[in-house]
Design a protein around this ligand. Structure first.
Ligand code: HEM
Length: 421
């Protein structure tokens, strides 16, 4: 029951070491109140599964992130203008139109066709690490793999991928931060401008027709449509690039850490491959890569017994909702046979993650490969560190050790992972 005691600020999650105890902190917040006003963030904070899921899909709320672009700082404004054209930060009818345009590239069928290539890429990364018996799961696997997959879908040549990543990182950091300084804002805006210039050139490059049914082919139909605004298409291509890899990187790292922390659950999964799809969902629930969704009240309204004023922001804490005992009994237990319960790691409602099928596939392939090929893996070295972000939950590195295998007689592939796909 809510006590209406004066709640803490969500910003406390950014205190040193708070990320190590994030879910205890969320539990305290939720036990105090499922919806409270955070004067430091100037936003309502929703922590229960019921309020988070209902608000995410409530048409009384908007997903527009910057309702008044002129109020945004001069340094951040160029980035804000681009983000405002992305489906993630749009409402109907623009949202539905953009989603319809791009969703065909992410149907379960289109995504399933990628399994073989993703699996080959993961195998090669592990093969490369086997002689040393060491792997940084974040740097060597979780970062390069999703970037390679989304770049492959977009037709980005291998040699251009590192620079795309160098633009994407400051943009993702800006999206994930509640307190950006002028330099960070300027860097994020500049990175977005360079990414868009690159994508403009990529999508108009005359290098023959793209393979049919690919995302690149879909984008080509968009560029040829005189009714389609090209800048809007570019802004949404940038969204796919950024959303398509930062989140999946965190998912792979967080899932691997959860399995290392729960050897019995890892053993169960090793013995029962049929549990992998359920394990992917449970691992997404257990330690969600995206912790916050933002919604804004379109008009004065009531929510969970509170009066929300028009324009006020509500931060939906998916990470707290996914550990709500009212939705998930024993929420802090990692249980691959958990009955029912719908996690919100991919959001809920009209903005439900467009890339969910792809992220699930990448997760499943990685889990299967790690568990079968590195049965005696263990943490190596210092305890893993969390990135300090309110919005994204992910590790800065995850070093593991395992029994080395002799190098194969054939020289293993030693080039960048980008070349694999
Ligand atoms: C585990 C990995 C991922 C997680 C946890 C994740 C999470 C999310 C969440 C929570 C949302 C909803 C945001 C909201 O309601 O405001 C979302 C939307 C979105 N995601 Fe993902 N995502 C992941 C992977 C991907 C991938 C691989 C792609 C693309 C290749 C992608 C593309 C998108 C897009 C385009 C949207 C906006 C959809 C819309 O506005 O209709 N995501 N994602």
């Amino acid at each position: 029951m809510p006590t209406h005691a004066k709640p803490a600020s969500l910003l406390s999650a950014l205190r040193p070491r708070s990320q190590d105890r994030l879910y205890d902190f969320y539990r305290d917040l939720r036990n105090t109140d499922e919806l409270f006003w955070d004067r430091h963030l100037n936003a309502w904070i929703a922590t229960s599964h019921a309020v988070v899921s209902s608000t995410a899909s409530d048409p009384r709320f908007s997903s527009v992130r910057y309702p008044d672009i002129e109020a945004v700082s001069e340094e951040l404004r160029p980035l804000a203008r681009v983000l405002s054209r992305q489906m993630l930060y749009s409402d109907a009818p623009d949202h539905a139109r953009l989603r319809a345009l791009l969703s065909r590239a992410f149907t379960p069928r289109a995504v399933a066709a990628l399994r073989g290539r993703i699996s080959d890429a993961v195998d090669r990364i592990i093969t490369r690490a086997e002689p040393a018996g060491r792997l940084d799961i974040v740097a060597d696997l979780a970062r390069p793999l999703p970037l390679a997959v989304i770049c492959d879908l977009l037709g980005v040549p291998e040699e251009d991928r590192p620079v795309l990543s160098s633009w994407s990182d400051p943009i993702a950091a800006a999206i994930g931060s509640s307190r950006l300084d002028a330099d960070e804002s300027r860097t994020a805006s500049q990175s977005m401008a360079e990414m868009l210039a690159y994508l403009r050139e990529l999508l108009t490059r005359e290098d023959g027709p793209p393979a049919p049914h690919t995302l690149r082919a879909l984008l080509a139909t968009g560029t040829e449509n005189p009714d389609q605004d090209f800048d809007e298409l570019l802004a949404n291509t940038a969204l796919l690039l950024i959303a398509g890899h930062e989140t999946t990187t965190h998912f792979i790292g967080n899932a691997a850490l959860a399995l290392l922390d729960h050897p019995r659950a890892a053993g169960q999964l090793r013995d029962r491959g049929d549990l992998i799809p359920a394990a992917v969902e449970e691992l997404l629930r257990y330690d969600s890569p995206v912790q916050l969704l933002l919604r804004r009240a379109r008009h004065d309204l009531d929510l969970a017994g509170r009066s929300i004023a028009a324009g006020q922001a509500v931060l939906l804490v998916c990470g707290a909702a996914n550990r709500d005992p009212a939705a998930f009994p024993d929420p802090d237990v990692l249980d691959f046979e958990r009955p029912g319960g719908r996690h919100i790691a991919f959001g809920y409602g009209p903005h439900f993650c467009l890339g969910a099928a792809l992220a699930r596939l990448e997760g499943a392939v990685v889990l299967e490969a790690l568990l079968t090929r590195l049965p005696d893996w263990k943490l190596d070295g210092a305890a893993p560190r969390w990135q300090n972000s309110l919005n994204f939950r992910g590790l800065t590195g995850l070093d593991i050790a395992f029994t080395p295998s002799p190098a194969p007689s054939q020289e293993p592939y030693a080039g960048p992972v980008d070349r694999i796909l």
